[in-house]
Ligand binder design. Structure first.
Ligand code: S3P
Length: 434
């Protein structure tokens, strides 16, 4: 389907059969970055060539790395940890917080000047969470009051990083790990709540020597990354839209093949199982140090749920679609400790609250929680706040709405899930653009 900015969905039909989900966004960013820092040629398969990941790819080309795209394959000729060169112009991270924060770690240790900026959403997102720790170990960073654009000067001397992060953020942790690769001496990085560990898993796969003791990462800089081909699992965050779709749409029975089921990402499956979802993981295996499975999902009657605490970081990106699932249940769901949602591509608490209220759902928010009383969606016009996950969540809501749902400003789907609308169309679901 061609890029449109408003989509209407109205659906009497169930979802069936196998559905192909594209590659994992978090892992694609990291594979391009670590591939560029490796000591040889790496072919990455099932990579996600979405707008976010393309920003990382283009940035690494600007940093002097030879990268070719061949279908869904990416071929990277790594330059080694100290081989990057100065970009000719400012690097544009577009909509991608992951790229901006991870790349900042890499740029803060280079012997050249560089600058990163981003789109109107990204320049409002907090960067202090990486600036403060990086600066305290010697990085020279200028920012716009803790936000993008950020400029990096070559540090005069950089100490090894010894940092315990209080924010549950894989982006903060990974930014510091990537900086530590290019700092002489032993860095030790840890966090209060252990977040997704794709950086650590990929470092091990590429044979970078380090110790991970229950989430405390100890590593020496200036070692080597061995060039090995990387196969990327399909993205559980994208799969989550169709898992919820099949659960809430009567008669549905789908299989999602080759999905990454890293235990630090599968909170959504745990919660949907607790709600009564019929979800089965089969053919469980390990691919390039990441757990992978095929997921079969059948329509189920879901019950309301209460969640809070440590599980939140294991489903942080799936919360918008989980709120849709909660809004279809008979009863009250309470989701607490989700204040980080206010700092995503949009304020996702506000965006979901407005959208669900428009659909007739009773919803109450605080600074870091939401309570949702399930009911029937009456249809309506939804402001997506230009956020890909808000767009896709409300399009899925359209599968069970009494009247059509129109979602405004939907082209941002391509940030993480190009082909999302085509899957709906292949499933013979009525999707119109206006
Ligand atoms: C990501 C970490 C999470 C997540 C984001 C991707 C990553 O962000 O929301 O979509 O790839 O490291 P935070 O680290 O800000 O929680």
């Amino acid at each position: 389907m061609k890029k449109e900015s408003n989509l209407i969905i109205n659906n009497p039909k169930k979802l069936e059969g196998p559905i192909n989900i594209p590659g994992d966004k978090s892992i694609t960013h990291r594979a391009i970055m670590l591939g560029g820092l490796s000591d040889g040629t790496i072919t990455i398969t099932n990579s996600l060539l979405s707008e976010d990941c393309m920003r990382t790819l283009v940035a690494f080309r600007e940093l002097g790395v030879d990268i070719q795209i061949n279908g869904e394959k990416i071929v990277i000729v790594g330059k080694g940890i100290q081989g990057l060169t100065q970009p000719k112009s400012q690097i544009d991270a577009g909509n991608s917080g992951t790229m901006a924060r991870l790349l900042s770690g890499i740029l803060s240790t280079q012997s050249f000047d560089s600058t990163i900026s981003g789109d109107e959403s990204l320049v409002t997102r907090p960067m202090k969470r990486i600036i403060e720790p990086l600066e305290s170990f010697g990085a020279l960073i200028k920012s716009s009051y803790g936000k993008l654009p950020m400029s990096f000067e070559p540090p005069t001397s950089m100490k090894p990083i010894v940092y315990h992060s209080k924010i549950p953020s894989a982006q903060v942790k990974s930014s510091l790990i990537l900086a530590a690769l290019n700092i002489k001496g032993e860095s030790i990085i840890s966090e209060d709540i252990i977040t997704r560990d794709h950086t650590e898993r990929l470092l091990s796969y590429l044979e970078y020597p380090f110790v991970n003791d229950k989430g405390v990462i100890t590593l020496q800089g200036y070692k080597n990354l061995v060039a090995k081909d990387i196969e990327i699992p399909s993205d559980i965050s994208s799969a989550a839209f169709f898992i919820v779709a099949a659960l809430i749409k009567e008669g549905s029975d789908i299989t999602l093949n080759n999905i990454g089921v890293n235990p630090l990402r599968t909170g959504i499956i745990d919660v949907l199982l607790e709600m009564g979802g019929n979800i089965k993981l089969v053919n469980c295996r390990t691919v390039c140090n990441e757990p992978v499975a095929d997921i079969r999902v059948k329509h189920s009657k879901l019950n309301p749920v209460n969640i809070s605490g440590k599980i939140i970081s294991r489903l942080i990106d799936e919360l918008p679609i989980l709120f849709i699932a909660c809004a279809t249940c008979n009863g009250l769901s309470l989701i607490e400790d989700v204040g980080e949602l206010r700092y995503k591509e949009s304020d996702r608490i506000e965006a979901m609250e407005h959208g669900l209220r428009e659909l007739g759902i009773n919803i109450v928010s605080t600074e870091n929680s939401l309570s949702i009383t399930g009911g029937e969606f009456i249809g309506g016009i939804i402001d997506s706040y230009g956020d890909h996950r808000i767009v896709m969540s409300f399009l899925i809501a359209g599968l069970v709405s009494l009247k059509p749902i129109t979602v405004l400003n939907t082209s941002n789907i391509d940030t993480s899930f190009p082909g999302f609308a085509d899957i709906l169309i292949d499933q013979k679901i009525d999707l119109y653009s206006i």
